[in-house]
Design a protein around this ligand. Structure first.
Ligand SMILES: [Mn+2]
Length: 227
């Protein structure tokens, strides 16, 4: 079901207004259309629009003004089988930090909106992904409890014109908005491009698994009854 939400506000605090109630589609109809969201986030620093289809084919159209981030988001869409359109403009003359972080926030919000009450999904996912010498594992739990463990040493590393440290900021913003537990562990690696690419592939694969519906799951997969 497509939902539209608009968030305007200060950095880091932009929460969506509650999504409009829409007429409930019949069950089969919902399944066919898949789970999607459209989110716009505009601040004085950036303007980000994201269209996400969780039950997609991996198609993407990404333009954030930060080429390495575009490359990573295309990889993320492809390997997670998410359809993803990202359009972002930001104050790149200041730094790429605002844009990278705000794309993370908006993408997280899109996942949260698209997944709704998370009924019927697997909730947990994990993936270990190699890229030549690099090996990164990603474990996720769509628990509603944001917590990030980022065990990757990329201090002040530049990847082309991209500041490798921003991957941490991106993931922090993303997982906070999704409301997820996210563990990223780099077991080994030399080339920072390889390490980051394996991170995004791992995130994609783990999230793909966690967001898939399992017919055995009735309601939400929690003894508490809510996620
Ligand atoms: Mn690459």
């Amino acid at each position: 079901m497509q939902r539209r939400a608009k968030a305007r506000g200060t950095r880091g605090g932009g929460r969506a207004a509650p999504a409009r109630k829409e007429k409930a589609a019949p069950r089969g109809e919902q399944r066919r259309r898949g789970r999607g969201a459209v989110v716009t986030r505009a601040t004085r620093e950036t303007n980000v629009q994201i269209e996400l289809q969780v039950d997609g084919a991996g198609a993407s159209r990404v333009s954030t003004g930060v080429p390495f981030l575009d490359h990573m988001l295309e990889i993320f869409a492809r390997h997670g089988f998410f359809d993803l359109t990202v359009t972002g403009t930001g104050d790149l003359e200041v730094d790429t930090h605002h844009t990278v972080e705000d794309v993370g926030l908006t993408l997280g919000q899109a996942f949260r909106d698209a997944l709704g009450d998370k009924a019927g999904i697997r909730r947990f996912g994990e993936a270990a992904v190699p890229l030549d010498e690099a090996l990164v594992s990603v474990v996720v739990d769509l628990s509603g409890r944001p917590y990030l463990v980022y065990d990757v040493a990329l201090p002040n590393t530049r990847i082309g014109s991209f500041d490798g440290e921003l991957v941490h900021d991106f993931l922090q913003a993303f997982m906070t908005q999704v409301g997820m537990n996210l563990h990223v562990t780099c077991h080994r690696g030399r080339n920072p491009h390889h390490i980051v690419e394996a991170t995004f592939k791992g995130l994609a694969r783990a999230l793909d698994h966690a967001t898939q519906r399992d017919p055995r799951v009735r309601g939400v997969l929690s003894t508490k009854g809510t996620l």
